[in-house]
Design a binder for this molecule. Structure first.
Ligand SMILES: Nc1ncnc2c1ncn2[C@@H]1O[C@H](COP(=O)(O)OP(=O)(O)OP(=O)(O)O)[C@@H](O)[C@H]1O
Length: 711
């Protein structure tokens, strides 16, 4: 659906213009090389057509960085998108150097078309820009209602390049858009931090392993049913209850995810706001699946607003896409060119060399995103064959040219950053991996910790935001300052085998959420401790009442894939067939687990009965480490006590037997019984030792991270 075919059709449509950061040499650019570069970048139509060829970056400046530098890595750089193997994206591009000025001269350049250089993203005082009226997208109507049902082709048709042709769109302007009025209160009504959880369906592997769905979801709360072992090895279920701004279950489509998360913040990007949306979760939990469609949907809405609400007001949209891998930055739209991060005199962070593309239609953005995704660092993990090893950051930047002054570069108005974070468990999985992977893990952990700290500081309106904690937060520095918004999407797997990672993700999310305005942090600490203690712990056999099958309640929970604009929504690892739910009007006999409290559906989903719906409390771990420490300590004490008790029993029994001078066979019976008890204890002790070793390792990693992050 995408890639070369589309590119071919598109040639001639200049939906895309490349913008560049500071240039470092004064070499002139010859026409031939310009054409070659444009071709390799898929922009040959720009070369052939007009004066609007942008100035080229001095690639030589970055010398040995980028892809070559990645050669020694053990990971592979895989094509993650639809464009796998596409020459269009893989052709090496090493154009001769050029200078910004010289390119301008050569092209009779209109400087307004070009990036202002190094400080492009950050150096302009956005306060100078007049405030724009803000569309009221929150009153029952939503922008997505206007765009849903449209394909890319529709969009391109709809968002025709009216600037060039002088035509306006032939689609009637929606009355809702017409009626937008400036209303700052509406802007303020968009929460500063929003935390949403998305649960994915069980995948093939999990189903094959007969893993259960242990997540019960409600509209904004969820319960994790964690099966645990007591010291005497009997099973019990511990329930962990959480409340978030929204909980999206496995039936929720990517459209709905967008509606819930990013859509409300799109209009305020025109109001000098910088917003960040990031996905957090263990590997294979659905971060990329969730994040991938969001920029497309957002840019469609942004373009729509630019072409209707703010028509002819000089707004322009730019796209950049880069990744942070091992603490280094790579431009995903420029052959993984290594990027440098600098601070200017005003301590604003600048990404030197990052290419920005000016875009005017959705298809062009889609192509850029596909190209960038194809360049991401990926590797294989047990949970995900194409696992992200990096944080990928896609930025949609809105700029505005100053009225009547086309010679000045456009000024930054707002920015929307999408971050697909690397798997959150990476740091914890260090034992099985090589040094390279361990270093990746440490770096990832460090950045996730730092991100959490920044969000906390941001939400408490603290003067000092600890953005220097990692490259990730440094890069996002300007998103944490001033008028900003943050949306966190926590992705979780439903499977019993992932319960530990799922709980870690939910605790991280809960920590972020508990920092929302109005929550007294001190109160949170108390309530989290309370909630932690209140998490329900019951024997497996009596945890929940016996299930009764209610036909209406049991629906096929396989998510409908109606994402026309989500070509990469791969279902590879999922069962393609939908299970038969009913036979002759009656429910099929579901398989029951050992517990009578739950109903196992054919797709592995478990229907939990008798869960508290109304008085769900926020079960938060204020400090994961403390909770872990407490748990281990309790376990050790319980084991120690049991071993001591057993030894006492053995001693007493032996003494009694000796004193009573019992016949030999009775003594043998006693001894074998005691031996059985002792070996059970021994097994418990081995288990305990393993857990303790695991805990010590995690504690050590935590200490390393804390000391290296300066927290
Ligand atoms: N909600 C969902 N519905 C259907 N399939 C999903 C869903 N979420 C994820 N998947 C599938 O699960 C697999 C893993 O998802 P994805 O690559 O998004 O995980 P990830 O969290 O980005 O992992 P990593 O951190 O390793 O990159 C993919 O095949 C994806 O299509």
């Amino acid at each position: 659906m995408n890639g070369m075919g589309r590119q071919g059709q598109r040639s001639g449509a200049s939906g895309l213009q490349v913008h560049h950061q500071r240039q470092y040499s004064d070499n002139f650019l010859d026409a031939a090389s310009n054409g070659r570069w444009l071709q390799s970048a898929g922009l040959q139509h720009l070369y052939s057509s007009s004066n609007s060829i942008p100035p080229l970056q001095d690639y030589g400046f970055y010398g040995g960085g980028g892809a070559g530098e990645q050669g020694s890595r053990t990971l592979r750089t895989a094509q993650r998108g639809f464009n796998a193997g596409n020459d269009y994206f893989t052709e090496p591009t090493t154009p001769p150097g050029s200078s910004w000025q010289s390119s301008q001269m050569k092209n009779n350049g209109d400087p307004s078309e070009f990036s202002p250089g190094l400080l492009d993203l950050h150096s302009f005082d956005t306060e100078l820009l007049p405030e724009m009226p803000v569309p009221s997208l929150y009153d029952g109507s939503s922008l997505s209602n206007l765009v849903r049902g449209r394909s890319f082709d529709d969009s391109e048709h709809y968002i025709s390049n009216d600037k060039q042709t002088g035509r306006t769109s032939d689609v009637p302007e929606n009355s809702l858009l017409k009626s937008f009025a400036g209303d700052k209160e509406k802007v303020n009504s968009v929460a500063k931090i929003k935390v949403v959880v998305r649960k994915r369906p069980l995948n093939k592997k999990e189903l094959a392993k007969n893993e259960e769905d242990i997540i019960e979801t409600n509209s904004n709360s969820l319960v994790v049913h964690e099966t645990k072992l007591k010291v005497d090895l009997t099973e019990y279920v511990e329930k962990h209850e959480f409340v978030f701004d929204a909980v999206l279950n496995e039936e929720v489509s990517n459209d709905e995810v967008y509606h819930e998360t990013v859509e409300p913040i799109v209009p305020i990007i025109f109001q000098q706001t910088k917003a960040t949306c990031f996905a957090y979760g263990q590997t294979g939990s659905g971060k990329t699946y969730t994040m991938k469609p969001l920029p497309i949907k957002a840019s469609r809405d942004i373009l729509r607003m630019m072409h209707h609400t703010y028509r002819n007001q000089g707004f322009q949209l730019f796209v950049s896409f880069f990744e942070i891998y091992g603490g280094k930055l790579f431009d995903l739209l420029s052959d993984r060119k290594k990027l440098c991060m600098r601070e200017d005199g005003k301590q604003k962070v600048c990404i030197v060399g990052l290419q920005e593309y000016r875009v005017s239609d959705v298809e062009a953005i889609n192509e850029l995103i596909e190209k960038g995704n194809g360049s991401r660092s990926t590797g294989t993990t047990g949970a995900n064959e194409e696992s992200s090893r990096s944080h990928a950051i896609l930025q949609l930047v809105i700029k505005r040219s100053i009225e009547g002054n086309q010679s000045k570069p456009p000024r930054l108005v707002g920015k929307l950053s999408f971050i697909d974070l690397a798997g959150s468990e990476r740091g914890a999985d260090t034992t099985d991996n090589d040094k390279q992977t361990r270093m990746e893990g440490a770096e990832i952990n460090k950045s996730l910790l730092a991100l959490k700290e920044c969000i906390r500081a941001l939400d408490n309106d603290q003067g000092h935001i600890p953005f220097r904690g990692s490259k990730l937060t440094e890069v996002l520095r300007d998103s944490f300052m001033g008028n900003s918004r943050t949306v966190m999407i926590s992705c979780i797997s439903p499977s019993s085998g992932s319960s530990e990672h799922t709980l870690n993700t939910l605790r991280y999310a809960d920590r972020v959420k508990s920092l929302s305005k109005g929550n007294n942090p001190r109160k949170d600490v108390l309530s989290s401790t309370l909630n932690q203690k209140e998490s329900t712990t019951l024997p497996l056999s009596s945890a929940l009442p016996t299930a009764s099958l209610v036909e209406d309640d049991i629906t096929n929970t396989w998510p409908e894939q109606n994402e026309r604009d989500d070509p990469d929504a791969s279902e590879d690892s999922y069962e393609p067939e939908k299970p038969m739910w009913k036979k002759n009007g009656k429910p099929n006999p579901y398989s029951f687990s050992s517990s009578e409290d739950k109903v196992r559906k054919p797709n592995g989903q478990t229907k939990w009965k008798g869960l508290p719906k109304s008085d769900v409390k926020n079960s938060s771990s204020d400090d994961d480490l403390n909770a872990l420490l407490q748990e281990e300590e309790d376990l050790v004490n319980a084991h120690r006590k049991q071993v001591e008790d057993t030894m006492n029993i053995v001693r007493e029994e032996m003494n009694l037997l000796v004193e009573a001078d019992q016949p030999g066979n009775q003594l043998d019976n006693y001894i074998s019984r005691l031996n059985a008890i002792l070996s059970q204890k021994a097994a418990g002790i081995v288990q305990l030792q393993t857990r303790l070793a695991n805990f010590q390792r995690r504690l050590k990693e935590h200490n390393v991270l804390v000391s290296s992050s300066g927290y």
